[in-house]
Design a protein around this ligand. Structure first.
Ligand SMILES: Nc1ncnc2c1ncn2[C@@H]1O[C@H](COP(=O)(O)OP(=O)(O)OP(=O)(O)O)[C@@H](O)[C@H]1O
Length: 329
């Protein structure tokens, strides 16, 4: 385990008085995991991320990073911890009057690393991130995707154990987003870096995250595997990520029973549905279907209509074989 947060509490004082922003938040992150933090705007996601890098002092609670409780450390010790935790802010925070090379080199320079080693490390990272041809450019001359990668390169150059990303795709188009997500997964797999990602973008969660933390009004409402989080969404237990597919009234009236079925992992590729329908002599009608590639396996959603005398038995058997089944009507 690389990170363990225990009973973290944070409040801010403004004109209307003291407001609780994080309420007894506890969670743990394994080494080499990618964890997403999601929730409505104002739920406390960025505040949580800032506490993890000690940019935000907390009221109470502990943060164990790499075995050490980092809450309440002296300034000199904080600097040592920050070397191991990279942060990429939503606004990138690149130095405007420094070239890309100087931006990436900056953290090494203030650590007193030799010029030769800086050159080597910056070149290696710039090449890995496809930025080697842009090293002389200033931030304003870089595209949004390049600026994002520059900010990641600057975090990466310190050889961190964990990187915190705040809304990494909010300024990117879909193609650049795809490239960035591939990069995060490859850095995670190749360098074993743990990532914690604050996002509103469900593609980020699906494609990169092993587990999801869902914050609601500063409380941790859910923390578990990505596919289980999407079941929560399908179940309408979280209100901010859109409703599951709305079914047309005409479709509903045309079938006796409508089921929403979720498959996860290798089961997604098995002909479970056809087999159980055949065994129970029911007719099925597929109204909607999709399979998405999540980081930890394929995730299938099916909406089916069922007709036949043994439809109740069919539902019972199918429920045993799939990840989630709900009778829509
Ligand atoms: N320095 C501060 N002083 C006072 N209130 C603050 C401060 N920073 C954040 N807040 C408040 O704390 C709450 C949580 O903010 P935070 O930025 O953590 O939410 P969030 O979930 O990241 O939201 P978003 O998705 O909109 O970025 C908000 O109501 C915000 O106004």
């Amino acid at each position: 385990m690389i990170l363990r947060v225990e009973k973290l509490n944070l409040s801010f004082e403004d004109k209307s008085g003291k407001r609780k922003i994080l309420d007894d938040v506890s969670l743990s992150v394994e080494e080499e995991e990618i964890v997403g933090i999601v929730g409505l705007s104002g739920a406390g996601k960025t505040s949580l991320l800032r506490t993890l890098n000690l940019l935000q002092p907390v009221d109470s609670g502990s943060i164990f990073f790499d075995g050490l409780d980092i809450v309440g450390l002296k300034e000199s010790e904080v600097r040592n911890v920050r070397k191991k935790i990279g942060v990429v802010f939503q606004s990138f925070n690149l130095y405007r009057y420094r070239t890309l090379y100087q931006n990436i080199a900056f953290p090494l320079k203030i650590q007193g690393v030799s010029k030769k080693e800086i050159e080597e490390r910056v070149m290696n990272i710039a090449t890995e991130l496809g930025l080697e041809h842009r090293l002389r450019a200033y931030p304003s001359q870089l595209s949004g995707g390049e600026q994002q990668r520059a900010a990641i390169a600057r975090a990466l150059v310190m050889d961190p154990k964990m990187i915190l990303l705040d809304e990494p795709t909010s300024a990117l188009d879909p193609k650049t987003t795809g490239r960035l997500l591939d990069l995060v997964v490859s850095l995670n797999e190749k360098h074993g870096i743990t990532f914690i990602v604050v996002t509103h973008d469900m593609d980020v969660i699906k494609r990169t995250c092993d587990r999801v933390a869902y914050l609601q009004n500063g409380k941790l409402d859910f923390f578990g595997p990505t596919h289980e989080f999407f079941v929560k969404i399908e179940n309408n237990e979280v209100s901010d990520f859109g409703k599951p597919l709305e079914l047309e009234k005409t479709l509903l009236s045309a079938n006796k029973k409508i089921l929403r079925v979720l498959f996860w992992g290798t089961r997604t590729h098995e002909p479970v549905l056809w087999k159980i329908a055949k065994e129970n002599d029911v007719m099925i009608n597929i109204l909607y279907g999709k399979i998405e590639e999540f980081k930890n396996g394929p995730f299938g959603t099916l909406i089916i209509g069922v007709e036949g005398e043994k439809q109740d038995l069919f539902v019972e058997k199918l429920r045993e074989s799939v990840f989630f089944l709900e009778e829509v009507c």
